[in-house]
Design a protein around this ligand. Structure first.
Ligand SMILES: NC(=O)c1ccc[n+]([C@@H]2O[C@H](COP(=O)([O-])OP(=O)(O)OC[C@H]3O[C@@H](n4cnc5c(N)ncnc54)[C@H](O)[C@@H]3O)[C@@H](O)[C@H]2O)c1
Length: 253
C-alpha cells in the first residue's frame, strides 16, 4: 500500500468514484490535487484524506475549461514540485437526463456532453503532458464507461464521448510511450455510491446486480484499485488499454 509514494497526482472529478480514487491514491502515498466544479464534495474528501494522515489539496476545477485545467496542474506543480499522474474522471450526463434517443435528443445536450467529456479530456491531457514529460514520464488515466461498447437506446452523446476517450488513450500511448508516458482508460460497469443510491430504486439496483456475473454492483474502491495499479510503477508495462472493471458485465475480446 505504498506504491504511489513521492508521486503527485491530479484527480479531476470528485464525485462518488472520484472520491474513491483520491482516497486510494493518497492512502498509497501520493500527494493528491483534487478538483471539481462541486466545491463541497472536494472539501469533504480532502478533509477525510487529511484526517487519515494523507496529503491532499482541493481546488475548484472545470475540466472543460482550458485555463481552469491548466491552473489545476499548476497548483500540483507549485505545491508538490511536479506531476506524475493525472486522472480525468469527471463527466456530464446531460443527454441521459434528457431521456431521449437520437431523434429527440436536444443538440444542446449533445454539444454539452461532448464539450465536457470529450473536449475536456483533451484539455486535461494537453495540460498534464508537458509537466509529465519534464518529469521524465507519467501516467494518464481516464474514467470512461462500459457504455462505450455496450450499445444503449439512450445516452448517445455520453457513449460517443467515452469512445472518443479511447481514441485519445491510444494516441497518447503511441505518440509519447517512448518518452515515458502511459495512458489507459478504466471502463467501469455500474458503480454504486451515495449519489447513485440517492436516485436509484433499490429493486432496480437488486435486479441490475443479479445480472452481473459476480452478483454485485461495483464500488468506487473497485475502480480505485485499478487506478492505483495504473498510476504505480507496477503498471509500467500497461499502456494504450481500455480496462473494464465491471464484475464481468462485458466480456469482450
Ligand atoms: N457510477 C457509475 O455507474 C459509472 C459507470 C460507468 C462510468 N462512470 C464514470 O465514472 C466517472 C465518475 O462518475 P460518478 O459515478 O462518480 O458520478 P458523480 O456524479 O458522482 O461524479 C461526477 C463528478 O464530475 C463532476 N463534474 C461534472 N462536470 C465537471 C466539469 N466540467 N469539471 C469538473 N468536474 C465536473 C461533478 O461535479 C461530479 O462531482 C464518470 O466519468 C462516469 O462517466 C460511472
Amino acid at each position: 500500500m505504498d506504491r504511489l509514494r513521492n508521486k503527485v497526482i491530479v484527480v479531476a472529478g470528485a464525485g462518488g468514484i472520484g472520491g474513491g480514487l483520491a482516497r486510494r491514491y493518497a492512502a498509497e502515498g501520493a500527494a493528491v490535487v483534487l478538483g471539481d466544479l462541486d466545491a463541497a464534495s472536494v472539501a469533504a474528501t480532502v478533509a477525510e484524506i487529511t484526517a487519515a494522515g494523507g496529503t491532499a489539496v482541493g481546488t475548484a476545477l472545470d475540466g472543460a475549461d482550458e485555463a481552469s485545467v491548466n491552473a489545476g496542474v499548476a497548483l500540483a506543480v507549485e505545491r508538490f514540485g511536479g506531476l506524475d499522474g493525472f486522472h480525468a474522471n469527471f463527466a456530464s450526463f446531460k443527454d441521459g437526463e434528457s431521456g431521449a434517443d437520437i431523434l429527440g435528443l436536444p443538440m444542446e445536450a449533445f454539444d454539452e456532453v461532448m464539450r465536457v467529456n470529450a473536449r475536456g479530456f483533451v484539455l486535461c491531457t494537453r495540460a498534464a503532458l508537458p509537466e509529465m514529460l519534464q518529469r521524465g514520464g507519467g501516467s494518464l488515466v481516464y474514467t470512461t464507461s462500459g457504455a462505450a461498447f455496450m450499445g444503449e437506446p439512450l445516452r448517445l452523446a455520453y457513449a460517443m464521448s467515452k469512445v472518443s476517450a479511447h481514441a485519445l488513450v491510444r494516441h497518447v500511448a503511441n505518440r509519447f510511450g517512448a518518452e515515458g508516458i502511459r495512458a489507459n482508460a478504466i471502463a467501469p460497469g455500474v458503480v454504486s455510491h451515495a449519489r447513485f443510491e440517492a436516485v436509484m430504486d433499490p429493486d432496480v439496483v437488486a435486479g441490475m446486480a443479479a445480472r452481473i456475473p459476480v452478483g454485485r454492483l461495483g464500488r468506487p474502491e473497485d475502480i480505485a484499485a485499478m487506478g492505483a495499479l495504473l498510476m504505480s510503477d507496477e503498471g509500467s508495462f500497461i499502456t494504450g488499454q481500455v480496462l473494464s472493471v465491471d464484475g464481468g458485465n462485458s466480456m469482450r475480446q
